[in-house]
Design a binder for this molecule. Sequence first.
Ligand SMILES: CC(C)=CCC/C(C)=C/CC/C(C)=C/CC/C(C)=C/[C@@H]1[C@@H](COP(=O)(O)OP(=O)(O)O)[C@]1(C)CC/C=C(\C)CC/C=C(\C)CCC=C(C)C
Ligand code: MN
Length: 384
Amino acid sequence: MAGVLLWVVCPKGNATALLSLIPRSGNKPKKRSFNRVSAISSAVANPARSSEQMVYDVVLKQAALVKEQRGRKALDLEKRSEKTDGFTDWDLLNEAYDRCGEVCAEYAKTFYLGTLLMTPERRRAVWAIYVWCRRTDELVDGPNATHITPRALDRWEKRLDDLFEGRPYDMLDAALSDTVSKYPVDIQPFKDMIEGMRLDLRKSRYMNFDELYLYCYYVAGTVGLMSVPVMGIAPESKASVESVYNGALALGIANQLTNILRDVGEDARRGRVYLPQDELARFGLSDDDIFRGQVTDRWRNFMKDQIKRARMFFDEAEKAVSELNSASRWPVWASLLLYRQILDAIEENDYNNFSKRAYVGKVKKLASLPVAYGRALMGTSKLI
Ligand SMILES: CC(C)=CCC/C(C)=C/CC/C(C)=C/CC/C(C)=C/[C@@H]1[C@@H](COP(=O)(O)OP(=O)(O)O)[C@]1(C)CC/C=C(\C)CC/C=C(\C)CCC=C(C)C
Ligand SMILES: [Mn+2]
């Protein structure tokens, strides 16, 4: 039990919620063709292979896995969900998924509501992925973060290997273990997210956008790659699987860039500057300006440029949302619109992201939901 306790990291603001999820019984456990977005990152590409090219290999691998499964008609997902291998105690497994739903509802209410439109199978699988991501993030961001060492992350990765091989360590892992046995989810994005957490332990500066891009892929682009195999691509979609995964990746990158732009002051107080050093220098800025925290014209101009780039990633993602299964589109649109509006809020704060938190008010949040729903109904193909 002590081992489990060590692993379960309490969430922000509520130390008991994730602890209550501990099981009662000891069920121990090539190059891509460049588009507008890539043109930006390739401008600072490293001489060998840019981060974007490396990340694209993961996209191709995940897309291949999905295509392979698409080809195997007999492996109809909904039927496979009735498989009995691996788990004999259905009540325990259902309870595990229910707990994942509870965590999701507590930490990401809007997203949780959106998942209720999905089929029960897909919905609970997305919850299981959400919970694993949340727990992974909490390792380095939560209240126990100071105790986290690279060795602890190695153990978390070993645990990931085990759950992918059908040996879950606790009941939340059991839910994910069941999910990855049913959907064509590759382990690589999960491993890469852990790699992102390792990076956060050892690195607090990013020399250029190429370095930052890789970090954003690790901690957020991976989420897109993990989620789409479960959310599913619309059967009527004419887009290539790769282009949909590319859009999913773009949404993760856009979200993380937005997160970084919103939290500049907060991160600086923790000694972290995620903004690319070469781009700061190009605008006549340095770490000192960030620690001083004064909104100057140089800062405004720099921020305008950063916001423009984040919006380009959102644009890239938007083209792909309509290719998802119709029932999965609404939560994605809702989260995209909400996160995108944080960029507007930074502008409304006159680019003061040092001491003023950019947030989207309740009214705007609520207003976004029908907009998201309307967009979800439109399944136009904008990708090839
Ligand atoms: C519909 C939807 C949003 C599905 C994703 C569900 C899911 C598995 C989410 C996991 C999120 C999570 C806990 C990630 C851990 C790392 C992390 C915290 C990343 C940051 C998220 C924002 O959270 P927050 O504001 O709470 O950040 P702080 O911890 O407070 O700093 C991120 C910025 C990134 C999360 C990334 C996504 C939500 C990407 C979603 C992309 C898709 C679902 C693909 C959609 C498909 C197409 C084709 C566009
Ligand atoms: Mn976090």
